[in-house]
Design a protein around this ligand. Sequence first.
Ligand SMILES: [Zn+2]
Length: 669
Amino acid sequence: MMDKETAKHRAEELRRTIDQYSYEYYTLDEPSVPDSEYDRLMQELMAIEEEHPELRTPDSPTQRVGGAVLESFQKVQHGTPMLSLGNAFNDDDLRDFDRRVRQAVGDGVAYNVELKIDGLAVSLRYEDGYFVRGATRGDGTTGEDITENLKTIRNIPLKMKRNLSIEVRGEAYMPKQSFEALNEERLKHEEEPFANPRNAAAGSLRQLDPKIAAKRNLDIFVYSIAELDEMGVETQSQGLDFLDELGFKTNQERKKCATIDEVIEMIEELQAKRADLPYEIDGIVIKVDSLDQQEELGYTAKSPRWAIAYKFPAEEVVTKLLDIELNVGRTGVITPTAVLEPVKVAGTTVSRASLHNEDLIKEKDIRILDKVVVKKAGDIIPEVVNVLVEQRTGEEKEFNMPTSCPECGSELVRIEGEVALRCINPECPAQIREGLIHFVSRNAMNIDGLGERVITQLFREHLVRNVADLYKLTKEQVIRLERMGEKSTDNLISSIQKSKENSLERLLFGLGIRFIGSKAAKTLAMHFESLENLKQATEEELLAVDEIGEKMADAVITYFRKEEMLELLNELEELGVNTLYKGPKKVKAEDSDSYFAGKTIVLTGKLEELSRNEAKAQIEALGGKLTGSVSKKTDLVIAGEAAGSKLEKAQELNIEVWNEAQLLGELKK
Ligand SMILES: [Zn+2]
């Protein structure tokens, strides 16, 4: 047996060597030793750590083989939201994008062109250089903690080459070869094969047992740092080089382009390479290279204005339309759906496609038993493109919308100005069921374990008729449902109870008030702060709120006028459901006596003590307004280390400039 001191030194040496081999193999793709040598060293290190468990370190390569099995995934709040990108489908869309960009920031724009890897977007948190947490994108604000699974991906460094505290983003994916091998294996064991590498990657990373992920040969390309502008880096392309320096694997098929023509040329080049790449891509990402310009361009509600995803043209296939089914939605809208002979499109099998409404069926002259062309819009949602009229045999049947609701039989109406037919029976079981599914969904009350399947059962068994009934469910009732064990029942009841604590906006969105989406719900909750205040709001007060238009205001007033809705809300409150807003408060400039109140402030460079988000939140809480670019309207520039062009501009315009110490001093007052 090795004495402890010798063991410690040998373990350190082994870790260093294994990490180096690992980096050469997985990140650089240039192994310098055979696999057998790597395995031998790994075995030796495992043996030492087995003998001396106290020598095991969090960044030891042995930590990658998969730890304990989890019961469920913890939710993770992203420090900076993970946004999705707007799409371009052709050159015209790209040129429009370029025009919008140049209108906003002038002609000196360069673009960085990168591959869009078809995998799962993840965020990796490092503290002092150590990998501490990895999460899925989720809804962009909240994801799931999949740290243990991500650790099994060899080219995610457990320790970066510098001791920084940062969050990086990337795309975890399954290489084509691993995907094929995995499906072959699954078929051999009579298991369902995965539809495409993306599903396989997502399925692997959402396994509660990390040992499964460890066997799946996943890989990652990292493409951004959440706090890039704090790193003293000025462009996206420099950011990628910086990630390389830190020991991450970035995709090398990238190029900085000076014009949109050059971008389009590069896209053609990459598209030609697509089939030969060892991984799947579903498009090309184009980003404005300068971070200053990115900040100036800013964001829409959904996506950055400085980036766009070029999507490859969709694959089209021919299949037979077997039938048209009708579905009743949450708001009573009747949607016809095409039932198709199953067919493979862009990697997955498609057997249904929404036909949206009667007008569309008439316009495209879609008949039952027609041969139809199907594609996936934006590569996701199946769509019937057109009918092959010349292939008709005479047995095709025209389709007519019914006059009564397929679920409750009440007469359907067409509201003026709308194409959709609606069931307006408030007791319609289909609408109630859909409303319940919406209430528990991720952006609403976010109740884990309560999906469509369970809701449908609860509804069928008459256990739940409205959202308040959910909070009255007992263990005895739930455990009798199909596929419900002791554990899943307890989990379900506890997540229902936990949802009572949600901040008001989730409840508001969950109620399904017309025109009130999750963003409007948040705006209303933040402004009115309690359900009580909102109930009493007048039309004028509602319209005075930023981003709340007439339709929305009307819908809110109408909703709170209904006696049965007020009763339901009272019942929810009695059951303990929170009706107050719990998020960050919006401070009105006139209510703050702070120095920052009402001032327009720009933050630039790297701050030492505070993160950029913390600084922003604190200044905003005191009534200050932060903007991206320095102009004559700017009152104050706070410059951290390595501040660049914004600082110069501030000096040029004679605008007051503070350093971080001055900022901290003022915040402490
Ligand atoms: Zn109905």
